[in-house]
Design a protein around this ligand. Structure first.
Ligand code: NAD
Length: 414
């Protein structure tokens, strides 16, 4: 298990058997289920649901469709979910699910069958008060809607809608869920800058321009931060000026399907108005830019012992899960870089998922402002708890986050 968890357990003087109980998943479910492909051929898919811990309430965690999904990855992600829900003081435990598949290789019909087939295989192990899945990498509101449809058919429960979160707005989803992860990260960053006494102008580089990266980039731009570099899987762009007008970059990416070449200011549809503002940059170069804040918002394991010496940022906001390897983390700590850890920085998504579940159970519908206000409150509170713990134990923000999360888990297991 990760070093910070071990360090936190040591600081709390936990017994070896308690540590074992907290780091080990309670249940591992592996399923193999058949799908009839468009060709008429039957294919068997392999999937998992790992239920890590339910001391605080029903298990909660996303479903990932990716060709690299395996049991070890799902176990680690389920563990992280237990830490996040505890840190945010949500009445949930932690779980994760996944199917080993490249969804891009499937037709829409096959994707629907796969989504429903997976739910059918795990239906008896999930439910509004048992385990509540949500979207993760390569799954989205449309897929959640299909899953609810299948679950309703099987369970015939009145509260089936609350068995999944991250649904589309017209089908029981919540306002604010879409932008919640980026928004939550923004709130945490603002709190951190406050205690660190850092004011604008501040330069930011963001790796990943999907749901999380694009939302946080837009918020930072609107709030006057200088977003000087952005990237997606095909590479990045940098600005030579005071940062990109992120709304225009978004428009450009939607038009072209990629960020490549989107380094112009002015109208993206009218070529006459385009003024070159920057150039292209690789994902690796983006990490080493001279910025105040670096936001990895794409994949895990991107900052390693091999490239950590290039990092010039003063703050790293971990919006992706596990973007910094433990070896690199130690070096960053020695170099005085403030790393705001994933289990705090990206917990806005699961927090908004809790709001969605709550609205479904209680047949309520909150407005977007209400959701974002509640989210701001919860994220800011979690940051302050972590900061206080960091001061109390003289440790890093990551270890402090684990201390606070473990305390939350133990409190519910008395
Ligand atoms: P997404 O699929 O919407 O976007 C991912 C982005 O990363 C895309 O822009 C993609 O082009 C880019 N990318 C992929 N491979 C890359 C590479 N090799 N180099 C640079 N960029 C690359 O996913 P998302 O929902 O935005 O999730 C991003 C990260 O945030 C993931 O690590 C995810 O686990 C984490 N996260 C997401 C949520 C959520 O609510 N969406 C919540 C918590 C954590």
């Amino acid at each position: 298990m990760n070093n910070s968890f071990q360090e936190a357990a040591k600081l709390l003087k936990l017994k070896p058997e308690t540590i074992f109980e907290l780091e080990t998943p309670q249940r591992l479910i592996e399923v193999n289920f058949p799908i009839e492909m468009d060709s008429g051929e039957k294919r068997i898919f392999n999937g998992y649901r790992v239920q890590h811990n339910n001391f605080r309430g029903p298990y909660k965690g996303g479903i990932r469709f990716h060709h690299e999904v395996d049991k070890e990855e799902v176990k680690l992600l389920a563990f992280l979910m237990s830490m996040k829900t505890s840190l945010l003081n949500l009445p949930f435990g932690g779980s994760k699910g996944g199917v080993a598949v490249d969804p891009k290789s499937l037709s829409e019909k096959e994707l629907e069958k796969l989504s429903k087939g997976y739910v059918s295989a795990i239906a008896s192990d999930i439910g509004p008060y048992l385990d509540v899945p949500a979207p993760d990498v390569n799954t989205n509101p449309k897929i959640m809607d299909w899953m609810v449809e299948e679950y309703k058919k099987i369970s015939e429960k009145e509260e089936s809608l609350a068995a999944f979160t991250g649904k589309s707005l017209g089908k029981g989803g919540s306002y604010g869920r879409d932008e919640a992860t980026g928004f939550g990260g923004f709130v945490v960053l603002r709190e951190a800058l406050g205690v660190l006494g850092m004011g604008k102008p501040l330069k930011v580089a963001i790796q990943g321009f999907g749901n999380v990266g694009a939302h946080i980039a837009d918020l930072l731009y609107q709030e006057g931060y200088e977003v000087i570099a952005l990237s997606d899987s095909r590479g990045g762009i940098y600005s030579e000026g005071e940062g990109f007008a992120v709304d225009l970059v978004k428009e450009c990416k939607e038009e072209k399907g990629t960020l490549a070449g989107c380094y112009f200011v002015g109208s993206v549809t009218d070529a006459q108005e385009k003024i070159p503002e920057g150039g292209s940059i690789s994902n690796e170069e983006l990490l080493g830019l001279n910025v105040d804040i670096l936001v990895p918002a794409a994949l895990g394991g991107v900052i390693t012992k091999d490239n950590v010496s290039k990092i010039k940022a003063k703050i790293i906001l971990e919006m992706a899960n596990g973007p910094v390897t433990p070896e690199a983390d130690e070096i960053l700590e020695k170099n005085g870089v403030v790393v705001i850890p994933d289990i705090l920085a990206n917990a806005g998504g699961v927090t908004a998922s809790y709001f969605e579940w709550y609205q479904n159970i209680n047949k309520e519908k909150w407005g977007k402002e209400e959701v974002l206000n509640k989210l701001t409150e919860k994220m800011a509170l979690a940051f302050r708890k972590v900061w206080k713990t960091k001061e109390e134990f003289s440790t890093s923000l990551r270890t402090a986050s684990y201390v606070a999360a473990l305390e939350g888990l133990l409190e519910k297991n008395l």
